[in-house]
Design a protein around this ligand. Structure first.
Ligand SMILES: [Ca+2]
Length: 427
């Protein structure tokens, strides 16, 4: 997409007198995405955890919008981050892009990343922490990457990087992606937090993230730019339940990381923008990180290139204004874990499958695994849940609603055909 940016810049300059990106950006809000790693839906106080203390995330919700229907595109790190950065299902991007660990294929040039889009609109872009993609952040649109080690003080260092970036760029529109290394195992916490949480080491890591969220909000206020900054907190996938006490909890939701249950993808999510987002509001609307991508580009006034198919839409009315008008569909991919241990029941072959799909409040499961790498169960008649009355996916209502299952199957077939046609175009 670098070539595309060049063409746009050329056209703008040929038009003569058109605004420079910097001038065009003057009224645009700053964007800050706070992205935890493996934090579960139930791991914050305001999302129901009884012993982890998160006063700052809770305050962010009191001052902003709490989203209880927000989901990532997929319940594992790398494809989830791919979707946040591109607004697309990872399966559209590269057939071997989804491997959950080890090296991965670099993102193709054609993708139009979030920081590339924001740079086009005159933003300065920065990040710190866990990237997990290829090529480097600098090669995919970040002006600056504050590299921090994954050590005891990783959360503190990432927070200091964010604050330094805010201070340096307070007078111009900026995008900062604070990608915490925590609470992914091996757990880390600085001396100020280690051994302090009633929830143990996992709670220490979350409480330090919470401190970080408080520092971000305080700094934006101190710099006088809180009213022009949209801050969004969420996590890349659900809790890693296999890690027992070193993993988190999805609260009342079923499943966790590496599964297509709601616990794998639904995240504790809060949006904050003083003066713009109504304080103390909540939405149960369904939205995803792919919609966040479109929403952020919408805030910046950027139109992504039409040659790519996007899987989200600009949902400012939902993510900022609390509208109940959520997205319709989500195809829940399972990206086979190539590192599943021998004998664990997990599959080692590379590939992806759509194992479940959302259609409004309905969710059908075609194949399930209770935990990551546990044996899979194929359902001849898909399981069907009404996520509004049964968010924990406990009561299968497939027998009462065969027509819903048919509609979902048709939506999956249409998506697969469109996806494969697009992939074929790039071959
Ligand atoms: Ca993760």
């Amino acid at each position: 997409m670098r070539f595309y940016l060049l063409i746009v810049a050329l056209i703008v300059s040929l038009m003569g007198g058109a605004l420079t990106p910097e001038a065009a950006a003057a009224d645009k809000p700053n964007i800050v995405i706070l992205f935890a790693d493996d934090m579960g839906y139930g791991d914050a106080g305001c999302f129901g955890h009884p012993t982890i203390r998160t006063p700052h995330i809770d305050r962010m919700a009191v001052e902003g919008l709490k989203l209880t229907g927000f989901s990532v595109a997929v319940g594992s790190c790398r494809p989830s981050r791919t979707s946040l950065m591109t607004g697309r299902y990872a399966a559209r991007i590269h057939p071997t892009f989804y491997m959950s660990s080890g090296p991965c294929e670099p993102m193709p040039q054609r993708e139009f990343t979030l920081p590339e889009g924001l740079k086009q609109a005159g933003y300065v872009t920065g990040m710190t922490g866990k990237w997990h993609l290829r090529p480097s952040p600098e090669d995919l649109g970040f002006d600056k990457n504050y590299r921090v080690k994954r050590d005891d003080i990783t959360t503190r260092r990432s927070t200091e990087a964010a604050i330094e970036f805010f201070r340096e760029n307070r007078d111009r529109p900026f995008f900062f992606y604070l990608a915490y290394y925590m609470p992914h195992v091996p757990l880390k916490a600085s001396q100020a937090f280690k051994g302090k949480s009633a929830r143990g080491f996992y709670g220490d890591a979350i409480e330090e993230i919470d401190w970080s969220v408080g520092q971000v909000m305080k700094e934006l206020r101190d710099l006088g730019i809180a009213e022009k900054t949209f801050v969004f907190f969420t996590s890349d996938n659900g809790p890693w339940l296999k890690k027992d006490l070193e993993g988190g909890t999805a609260g009342l939701l079923r499943g966790g990381k590496g599964t297509t249950w709601e616990g794998g993808v639904r995240e504790p999510t809060v949006a904050w923008w003083p003066g713009r987002i109504e304080p103390g509001t909540q939405t149960i609307a369904f939205a995803t990180t792919m919609d966040l991508y479109q929403t952020v580009l919408g805030l910046a006034g950027v139109e992504p290139p039409e040659e790519l198919i996007y899987d989200g839409r600009d949902m400012r009315e939902v993510l900022i204004d609390g509208s109940p008008d959520g997205r319709d569909e989500l195809f829940l991919y399972y990206y086979v874990n190539t590192t599943a241990p021998e004998g664990s029941g997990g599959e080692r072959l590379a590939g992806y499958q759509i194992r479940a799909a959302r259609l409004g409040k309905w969710k059908a499961h075609f194949i399930t695994t209770e935990l990551q790498d546990s044996p899979k169960v194929e359902h001849e008649t898909p399981l069907l849940f009404d996520l509004q009355v049964d968010p924990r996916e406990k009561f299968d209502v497939a027998a009462e609603h065969p027509e819903v299952i048919e509609r979902i199957k048709e939506a999956v077939a249409a998506h697969v055909a469109e996806r494969d046609a697009e992939l074929a175009k790039w071959e």
